[in-house]
Design a binder for this molecule. Structure first.
Ligand code: PEP
Length: 257
């Protein structure tokens, strides 16, 4: 983390878990475990669409932002079953995960749709959390840097310098998501540093310096401190460990010191 230049953001991704009736108890417990957040440390919970109104209400009182896990790239219209950035912002949602590897793999999201969604969030009050990362075979072949560079260039195509500061990048090696296998702090740092270099080449050193880059992939209460100590890792996107207030709080506390 480098608190001098950029905000640390710890974001939970609840995926298709939790019920609306469980949100209040989670928020109350989290509030007791993490009594206050520093102004440089943002905390976000990304919940399933149906939970978002309850989450906005419950988390507001403890200063935790709420994010969606996906959204449609269009403003409005005949897109049955979809939700727009404007609709999310209207109910108080502040963030949207874009291009999570599960959506890329299971719902055929491409770099082109990720780009359209990023552009749509930037026309709204939402901050996009843009996920990039390599598969195990890509890592073994040695193309991690190329894959991540292409994903970032595609995701940010047409994003102006004055807008890109709103973007959060989450580096999530696919082989580490939900598997219990975490990238070593050194490996995660190396790719997050490479991400910052790509941002510098697309924009400028000054802009790259202020963009929040998270690591995601089996981050938990045991490994968070070491990962967050890396200079280019400015937070985490956390799946499994965000479902228990105790483990999520431990990660927040590791960042919030
Ligand atoms: C994720 O869903 O983005 C994620 C990183 O999950 P987990 O922490 O469970 O690996």
């Amino acid at each position: 983390m480098n608190r001098e230049f950029r905000q640390t953001v710890i974001a939970g991704n609840w995926k298709m878990n939790m019920l609306a009736s469980e949100v209040n108890a989670f928020s109350e417990r989290l509030g007791t475990l993490v009594p206050g957040f520093r102004d440089w440390c943002g905390v976000v919970v990304c919940a399933a669409s149906v939970l978002l109104p309850a989450a906005v209400k419950a988390f507001e009182s403890i200063g935790v932002g709420v994010g969606a896990q996906n959204m449609n790239q269009h403003e409005s219209g005949a897109y049955t079953g979809e939700v727009s950035a404007g609709q999310l912002a209207d109910i108080g949602v502040g963030y949207a995960i874009i291009g999570h590897s599960e959506r890329r793999e299971l719902y055929s999201e491409t770099d082109a749709t990720v780009n359209q969604k990023v552009l749509a969030t930037l026309k709204s009050p939402l901050r996009p959390i843009v996920c990039v990362g390599e598969s195990l075979s890509q890592r073994e072949i040695g193309v991690t840097g190329d894959i991540v560079a292409m994903q970032i260039k595609m995701a940010l195509h047409g994003v102006a310098a004055e807008e890109v500061r709103k973007v959060i990048i989450a580096y999530e090696p696919i082989w580490a998501i939900g598997t219990g296998k975490t990238a070593t702090p050194e490996d995660a740092q190396e790719v997050c540093r490479a991400v910052r270099n790509i941002l510098a080449s697309l924009y400028s050193d000054e802009i790259a310096k202020v963009i929040t880059i998270q690591y995601g992939g089996s981050m938990n209460e045991k490994n968070a401190l070491e990962l967050l100590a890396q200079p280019d890792i400015d937070g985490g996107l956390i799946g499994g460990a965000s479902l228990r207030p105790e483990s999520f709080a431990a990660i927040i506390n590791a960042a919030n010191q």
